[in-house]
Design a protein around this ligand. Structure first.
Ligand code: MTE
Ligand code: MO
Length: 441
């Protein structure tokens, strides 16, 4: 068991992580990793015993790029990744087969995401009726219902408000389980790619609601989108006043059309579908609407045969993205296990890693900045001996909640068919030949 003191020490370590003097006693530290690889680079071997490639100590040949001028800067452009990164793409799921592409998903390639921010062109998408294309000059947002002063805003009105920027993950409640359905998902993009993270810029909803003046009997807000599905959800007023953002900015630019341009709700830590995109209406009411998305969808079957409504918070979860399904390890040696952890209830305090299918756990390094309701990176230096291994991660958040096993989850809920809100520990098998495969089956 980890004590509170251990956890605060871990957090402090995470904060200091990038200082050169930082020493992580919990796992093999970075310096010992470097020491080993450096000493190997000194020996002129093509592939060292530790599995890290070391070049022969010969003078480098002069590359072509050194001998000529580079590409000139065009008069104006929007920069794109270099052609060699062309394989890094969102993709529609190829496991959960969709008969049409209006209600559809695309998934983030988490195995290629090197930091906590998902680039805008790789942000996962979930649409119930395709991507609305909305002219901001024509867009209006209404706040009405149980308010003193019903208000209608143009985008120009909204852009005059003060705004704030915050980092938050966004996860579809169907993430992970959708793609455990047969045929088996192979990559972390398929198993966990309905997850992304960004810096959102927008206006705290509380400011706009205060301006409209919520009447005492107003207890819920119905948020409705301007897309073909007119997607809507009921959100408790308490949450609206706490930390919900009316976002127009995504990672330093205006929202992508796919993410709800020109405005969407960002509801920190809550299931993706509550984050209504292309937002056009906020109606204050005294009770939830019990809409289709609150009755026929996004509910959880419980062991007593009843279905639970309003399971809004995405609970603490983590996954190893490197190595992950579809990759192969090139011989025994040192590998950095990397992944992401997140919690809709707060900040990540600890991540443990298992190499033996959950029999024993070792503490991974949690990398700062650690922010609430935000992806958090973890890493662990693994000396792979070349034998079969079953690797997985387990995250703990600052409420003390520990990411459950699939068996734990099955005890708490009826895990059958297309199940939402699945935050179980997710294992990968590493074979003797180094192939990494989904081990959940
Ligand atoms: N108006 C509208 N909002 C919507 C949806 C939609 O179809 N229409 N889909 C919801 C679902 S189910 C999810 S998971 C998130 C996905 O957000 P993203 O596409 O920006 O990743 O948007 C939510 N908001
Ligand atoms: Mo979703």
């Amino acid at each position: 068991m980890t004590t509170k003191k251990d956890r605060s020490r871990q957090l402090r370590r995470a904060a200091e992580d990038d200082s050169p003097s930082a020493v992580n006693s919990a796992s093999e530290d970075r310096r010992s990793f470097l020491r080993r690889s450096v000493s190997m680079a000194g020996v002129a071997v093509a592939s060292s015993a530790a599995g890290l490639s070391a070049a022969r100590a010969e003078p480098l040949a002069i590359p072509e790029s050194n001998k000529k001028m580079g590409r000139p800067i065009p008069e104006t452009d929007y920069g794109m990744p270099i052609e060699f990164e062309d394989h890094v793409k969102r993709r529609r799921t190829d496991v959960f087969v969709n008969k049409q592409n209006w209600s559809d998903w695309s998934m983030t390639p988490l195995q290629h995401q090197v930091g906590i921010v998902t680039p805008n062109g790789l942000f996962f998408e979930r649409h119930h009726a395709g991507v609305a294309q909305i002219n901001p000059d024509e867009h209006r947002l209404a706040i009405h219902g149980l308010v003193e002063r019903p208000l209608v805003f143009t985008m120009d009105d909204l852009m005059r408000y003060p705004s704030v920027s915050r980092f938050h993950f966004l996860e579809c409640s169907g993430n992970t389980l959708t793609d455990w359905a047969e045929p088996k998902a192979t990559t972390v993009q398929q198993t966990h790619g309905l997850l992304s993270c960004g810096q959102w810029t927008g206006i705290p909803m509380a400011w706009l609601l205060d301006e409209a003046g919520v009447k005492p009997e107003g207890k819920w807000a119905i948020l409705e989108g301007a897309d073909g599905s007119a997607h809507l959800r009921s959100i408790p007023l308490e949450k609206m006043m706490d930390d919900v953002l009316l976002a127009f900015g995504q990672n330093g630019e205006m929202l992508r059309a796919e993410q709800g341009y020109p405005i969407r709700a960002i509801i920190p830590g809550w299931e993706g579908n509550t984050n209504v995109k292309w937002l056009r209406r906020i109606k204050i009411v005294d009770q939830p609407m019990h809409a289709r998305s609150e009755t026929a969808r996004y509910t959880d079957p419980m062991p007593d045969g009843k279905w639970r409504q309003f399971s809004m918070t995405m609970e603490c979860k983590s996954v190893i993205t490197n190595p992950s399904g579809g990759m192969s390890l090139n011989g025994p040696g040192l590998y950095e296990i990397r992944g992401f952890a997140w919690s809709g209830n707060g900040s990540i305090t600890n991540v443990d890693v298992t190499l033996d299918g959950g029999r024993s756990w070792r503490e991974a390094t949690v990398e700062g900045p650690v922010m609430p309701m935000c992806l958090t990176r973890f890493r662990y230096n693994w000396q792979w001996d070349g034998g079969p291994a079953k690797i997985a991660s387990r995250a703990v958040d600052d409420t003390g909640y520990v990411q459950p096993t699939v068996e734990d989850l099955a005890r708490a809920r009826e895990i059958v068919g297309f199940v939402q809100h699945h935050n179980g520990i997710f294992p990968w098998n590493v074979s003797e030949s180094g192939e990494v495969q989904n081990a959940i089956a």
